[in-house]
Design a protein around this ligand. Structure first.
Ligand SMILES: Nc1ncnc2c1ncn2[C@@H]1O[C@H](COP(=O)(O)OP(=O)(O)OP(=O)(O)O)[C@@H](O)[C@H]1O
Length: 267
């Protein structure tokens, strides 16, 4: 199994006088799910935004599969990166299938589709993209909704369509931003099962980076967890290691003492 995936090397981010990320290094190997957690204001969103190219670091570098990565928000697909949004972000006027094709369509525009399917003609490309989009929906258990307009579907299904759209681009790196946001407990359990299968869902294993407040989800789906506090990595390990780490408990307790939300991690 390939190991390289995403790596952040000594990333620093400043907003004026505030250091939002300080010497942050982490790896998200291909085929693995890595979660980033931490108390409110720890730097999770900033880290996510660095990987998406929305925030530019003042120091450090990124690599994807060993190559220098300089992400720009409008050209993530061409770099093999897909992300889901905190909201749903689907095209309201398109069907579920068309939305997912739009995700896969970025492949076509970036020239991957012909290479992927070995097909010359645009009609055949479109047919293959349609089949591929359907296959992705099927893999996520929502092919039965292919012809529906997203707004008519339950919120949890719409979130799943957003995930299908990201996966349809066959990313090497999948970024999940608060995927459990707004979901009921049963839906979170189903999502957890789905995320655990994600890295292997793609033809080539992709690296999955998850930023999520829902602690049970993080603990149940991540191979590795990186804990941030005040912009620094204070712990890295598998879920059990992180749960038992006194520095992590201290960080969340400190945040609780300061009146911040502890994100479900019981002190
Ligand atoms: N655009 C910005 N300008 C100035 N300060 C910012 C900006 N974005 C974030 N910050 C600050 O950087 C720090 C890290 O914020 P960030 O949103 O990354 O934390 P977080 O861990 O995602 O928090 P939360 O759990 O509340 O979403 C905070 O102190 C925040 O106030």
């Amino acid at each position: 199994m390939p190991e390289e995936g995403l790596a952040l090397h000594h990333i620093g981010v400043r907003f004026g006088g505030l250091t939002a990320l300080d010497d942050v290094s982490l790896r998200v190997p291909a085929g693995r799910v890595v979660g980033v957690i931490g108390p409110n204001g720890a730097g999770k969103t900033t880290l996510f935004n660095v990987v998406c190219g929305i925030v530019a670091p003042v120091s450090g570098s990124l690599t994807l599969d060993g190559r220098a990565l300089r992400p720009r928000p409008h050209r993530l697909a061409g770099l093999g990166i897909a992300r889901t949004l905190q909201g749903i972000g689907l095209f309201a006027g398109l069907t579920v299938l068309e939305n997912v094709m739009a995700g896969a369509g970025r492949l076509a525009r970036s020239g991957f589709a012909s290479a992927l399917f070995g097909l010359p003609g645009s009609d055949r490309d479109e047919r293959q993209l349609r089949n591929w989009a359907y296959e992705v929906l099927d893999g996520l258990g929502i092919a039965g909704h292919a012809g529906a307009v997203p707004g008519t579907l339950p919120f949890a299904v719409q979130k799943r369509v957003g995930l299908a759209r990201a996966l349809a681009a066959r990313p090497r790196l999948l970024l999940l931003d608060e995927p459990a946001g707004g979901l009921a407990a049963d839906d979170v359990d189903e999502l957890a099962a789905l995320i655990r299968r994600l890295p292997r869902h793609a033809t080539d294993p992709c690296a999955v980076l998850l930023v999520e407040h829902h602690m049970d989800l993080v603990m149940s789906v991540c191979d590795e967890i990186v804990v941030l506090d005040f912009g620094r990595v204070i712990a890295t390990g598998d879920p059990a290691e992180v749960r038992d780490d006194p520095a992590v408990a201290d960080a969340y307790l400190g945040a609780a003492d300061a009146g911040a939300t502890v994100d479900g991690m019981a002190p």
